[in-house]
Design a protein around this ligand. Structure first.
Ligand code: OSB
Ligand code: MG
Length: 379
């Protein structure tokens, strides 16, 4: 594949309902999309960086900068045999994993189309349908949360995950368990606790949670291992797992018993597959996390979730939970059994609604190989 040009664009999409975590509330997404023009099929990628550097160091603006200045120039005019060759071209740039993933995933998207193969098959997937859970943010009241859980259970979702933080935890779990003693339930703290709150965290054990996601610092393995020794509930790491070596460190140290894989957080499909394989060898199940993606990122998450060690329901849910109108056709739908059927057609399996994307676009820039020379001359 010859990379002829790369288009960056920012689209704005209001969420159907606000989404609140321990680090803040989001009402509208600013999403960076890239299109890789290969001469053959166009590949699309979505950057999962947030509006602010609160989940990780990256934001949409740092990703735009990294792609425009370094990552797109590293790809332009190159002929790539396999998308998995991309990480080596990016290796001089440290970090900026979400920015790197945006481009690498767009290449996989194009490669699958060029090979007339479903993306999930190209990634090595084996599952024809994937199990879906939902992530429910912190609400204005307990009643509002219980109503949301009721709606999602009625829709068929197989696992409920609630966001938590000090003051929105034990009492909330008590109310949920009083009404639904048996459901598969987990919680996600997004690093809201410290080891000083060990007594509070021990109280979580009475609620038969499937897991507690990232209770402590976003970059920590050591203290999570200390915590895991003292609580029965399985720890799942999200933020802390930035790649294959982290997955190895965390499983060897006993920092977690489950891993959440987000393809953007680890730097792209190649690294996501490596994390998956390492966890598989260690006997640690994985599931696919979400980052309030539009349909493009969502379709990539579906493809990734077909790999064999994705054995727990992921945060990959229907488009309509987030968007009035998604940017892909058809929108992602979840069956009454809480499953997404993986599309058995070449590429990502969902068409891009280019007219809608144009309408939502607030800025756009196409970078070609000639400009790459200019950037080189005037750094
Ligand atoms: O920690 O999983 C997280 C959304 C934004 C940032 C971090 C997280 C989340 C979610 C949403 O939980 C999952 C989804 O997209 O449904
Ligand atoms: Mg999380």
């Amino acid at each position: 594949m010859k990379i002829e040009a790369i288009t960056l664009r920012e689209i704005h999409m209001p969420l159907v309902h606000f989404f609140e975590t321990s680090f803040g509330r989001t009402t509208e997404r600013r999403i960076l999309l890239v299109t890789v023009h290969t001469g053959g099929p166009e590949g699309w990628g979505e950057c999962v960086a947030g509006e602010d550097p609160f989940y990780s160091e990256e934001s949409i603006d740092t990703a735009w900068y990294a792609i425009e200045r370094y990552l797109a120039p590293a790809l332009l005019d190159k002929s790539i045999h396999k998308s998995s060759d991309a990480p080596a071209l990016f290796s001089r740039v440290r970090g900026h994993r979400m920015a790197k993933a945006t481009l690498e995933n767009a290449l996989w998207d194009a490669e699958a189309q060029a090979k007339r193969m479903p993306l999930w098959e190209l990634l090595g997937g084996t599952q024809a349908e994937i199990a879906c859970g939902v992530s429910i943010g912190i609400q204005n009241s307990h009643e509002q949360l219980l109503e949301k859980i009721e709606t999602e259970l009625a829709a068929g979702y197989r696992r409920i995950k609630v966001k938590c933080k000090p003051g929105w935890d034990v009492e909330v779990f008590e109310k949920i368990r009083a009404r639904w003693p048996q459901i598969l339930l987990s919680c996600d703290a997004n690093s809201a606790y410290t080891l000083q709150q060990i007594e509070l965290l021990k109280q979580f054990d009475q609620f038969q949670l499937l897991m507690i996601e990232q209770p402590l610092w976003h970059d920590d393995f050591y203290f999570h291992a200390q915590l895991q020794k003292q609580i029965k509930t399985s720890i799942c790491l999200d933020e802390a797992i930035r790649g294959q070596r982290d997955a190895q460190a965390a499983t060897e140290l006993g920092s977690c018993r489950i891993i959440n894989i987000k393809v953007g957080r680890v730097g792209g499909f190649s690294e996501a597959i490596a994390v998956h394989n390492t966890a598989h060898q260690a006997g640690v199940p994985v599931w696919c996390g979400g980052m309030l993606e539009s349909g493009i990122g969502r379709s990539h998450n579906i493809a990734l979730s077909t790999l064999p060690n994705f054995t727990l329901p992921g945060d990959v849910s229907a488009s309509k939970r987030y968007w009035k109108e998604d940017v892909i056709d058809p929108a992602v739908e979840v069956s009454a059994q809480g499953l997404i059927k993986v599309p058995n057609v070449p590429g990502r399996g969902f068409k891009i609604k280019t007219d809608l994307i144009e309408k939502l676009t607030t800025r756009k820039q196409t970078i070609r190989a000639v400009e790459k020379v200019a950037v080189g001359r005037f750094p």
